[in-house]
Structures are given as C-alpha cells and as structure tokens.
Design a protein around this ligand. Sequence first.
Ligand code: INI
Length: 156
Amino acid sequence: MDTYQGTLQAEGFKIGIVLSRFNQFISERLLEGALDALYRLGAKKDDISIFKVPGSFEIPLVAKKIALAKKVDGIIALGTLIRGDTPHFDFLGAEVTKGLAQISMEDGVPISYGVLTVDTIEQGIERAGSKSGNKGTDSAFALIETLNLLRESGLD
Ligand code: INI
C-alpha cells in the first residue's frame, strides 16, 4: 500500500501571492502570516511574487494570468470579504471561490484559498493573527504540502 503525504519544504518552489487590498488592515496580516510560513519552510524571497489587486473579485483573473504564464509552481489567494447589509458579499464570495477552484482544476496549478469570508470585522481580526490563528499562514502551509505531495508522488 502506498500512502502519500506532502512534506513541508518550500525551498526551490516559485510562489505567486495574489492579495486583495480591500479591508487592507486585515488582509495585510494574512500576507504577513503567509510570508512568515513560507520563510519558515525554507522559501527564498526571490522566489515569491506578490500581486496586489483592488478587491477579491479581481483575484481569480490575476490568478488565471499567473497560472497561464507558468512562472510559478503554486498560488496563494488572500483577501477579506466582510458581510454587509446587502447580498453583495454572497455574490462576491461565491464567484471568487468558484473562480479559484476552476482555475486550479483547469490549469493544474495548485491554488490555496486564504480568502476570509466573515460576518464581522472582529471575526476577520480573529482569523488574521489573533485568537483563531492566521488564515494566510494556514494557506501557505496547505500550498507547500500540496506541491510536495504532487512532486513526491510523481503526479506533477
Ligand atoms: N472586496 C473585498 O475583497 N472584500 C469586501 O468585503 C468587498 N466588499 O464588501 O465590497 C470587496 N468589494 C470589492 C470587489 O471585490 C471589487 O474590487 C469591486 O467590485 C470592483 O470590481
């Protein structure tokens, strides 16, 4: 029986990070968390490219272009969607999630999902480096594990 589980070793991987600037004070904490994780796992600064977009809606298009350019091994998507009084949040959340999943499947580029979808600013802060961890950190770990799983199992 063969069981594959990716190691946590980031050295040598080229990583693209797409970051939405909307709700910047939270999203920047996600970026800090992702970068901290990547460096702790051995990634080099020169192997990381950061693409800042205005809002989460713009993340999938830029991720798609990065995937098509074939210059990175994997992509981390970071953003913060906070529910308002209208259905806007639901439409945005669905499109961003669906868009990223589709790109990852179509282009075979691993994308990890670090887009917060929260009801309140407090919930966002909690998930960006305080009591509920940091979703940016989690998504960096998930990407590196997935990249290694594909490499080590011969599927990439
Ligand atoms: N973008 C976000 O990343 N988070 C939000 O909470 C948000 N809200 O609430 O509106 C948001 N809107 C901007 C959107 O992503 C686009 O940038 C904009 O519609 C222009 O295309």
